[in-house]
Design a protein around this ligand. Structure first.
Ligand code: HXC
Length: 259
């Protein structure tokens, strides 16, 4: 494989697995090959017990400027259906470890939907979040009408999706779309530091807690509460629960085993 074929670059930072988009000239436009490499790299980190949290990032100029317009400009509906590139996104949903997006610059269309599919977002002050598909005669296709609406509410989502309004980083944090904003020089370090903190926590509790929070968007309250309670009780079968509570009572730091 040549460097040109490497559309993403994977690296580890302690217990954090970082995947960087590597199509800078195209502002990290998400073509099918890039998405396949991204999902494959994230799945490998997800299987690796030495990794506790995943981070995806682009460059300072662009997290990702959307799905690759060149790749789909001439496609028919049948082409799109048969290619079913968006099916690959379901694999992102199946990741068990927390996935954090470190976003700077353009975060548009599929890029914004990708950030929204992550569990946490750390943005640089230059980040711009938008769903400009309407300007291309289409609409969001990978969660932009669903996850965005759940994140920012109907009023803001309608303006973004119907009229291509982009949010600044300051707006995005105010509307609850992102967790925190940092200067462009340090947003990635801040994202890696947050990911490292999560990666240092009890892995089974983190896994079930992520699943339960995401479940809040999938189910009604009674089912969500019942699932949460089962997960909570289940954690009392883990060595980490015994360790965490014993360590608290002994006033010492816990040593997690992920068991
Ligand atoms: C393919 C893209 C691209 C994209 C940028 N490029 N965005 N190529 N798909 N989404 C390419 C440009 O063609 C150009 O290539 C190079 O990247 C640099 O971009 P410029 O336009 O020259 O940069 P600039 O003037 O700074 O403008 C930046 C920009 C603009 C505002 C982000 O590029 C833009 O509007 N991009 C499209 C954004 C968009 O509509 N996204 C939604 C896509 S649809 P050349 O070869 O000319 O140098 C979508 C649907 C998702 O995402 C469905 C579910 C997956």
């Amino acid at each position: 494989m040549t460097t040109d074929d490497q559309l993403v670059l994977a690296e580890t930072h302690g217990r954090v697995g970082l995947v960087r988009f590597n199509r800078p000239k195209e502002l990290n436009a998400l073509n099918a090959a890039l998405m396949e490499q991204l999902v494959t790299a994230l799945e490998a980190f997800d299987r690796d017990p030495a990794i506790g949290c995943l981070v995806v990032t682009g460059s300072a100029r662009a997290f990702a400027a959307g799905a690759d317009i060149k790749e789909m400009a001439d496609a028919s509906a049948v082409d799109m259906l048969l290619r079913d590139n968006i099916a690959r996104w379901d694999r992102l949903r199946m990741l068990k470890k927390p996935l954090l997006a470190a976003v700077s610059g353009f975060c548009l269309g599929g890029g914004c939907e990708l950030a929204l599919a992550c569990d946490l977002i750390v943005a640089s002050e230059t980040a711009r979040f938008g769903q400009p598909e309407i300007n291309l005669g289409v609409m969001p296709g990978a969660g932009g009408t669903q996850r965005l609406t759940r994140a920012v509410g109907k009023a803001v989502a309608m303006e973004m999706v119907l009229n291509g309004r982009a949010l600044t980083a300051a707006e995005a944090v105010r509307f609850g779309l992102v967790n925190r904003v940092a200067p462009v020089e340090s947003y990635l370090d801040e994202a890696l530091a947050l990911a490292a903190e999560i990666a240092a926590r009890a892995p089974l509790a983190v896994r079930l807690a992520k699943e339960s929070v995401n479940n809040a968007f999938e189910t009604d309250l009674a089912d969500g509460l019942a699932d949460e309670r089962r997960a909570f009780y289940f954690l009392f079968s883990t060595a980490d629960q015994k360790e965490g509570m014993a360590a608290f009572l002994a006033k010492r730091p816990p040593q997690w085993q992920g068991q």
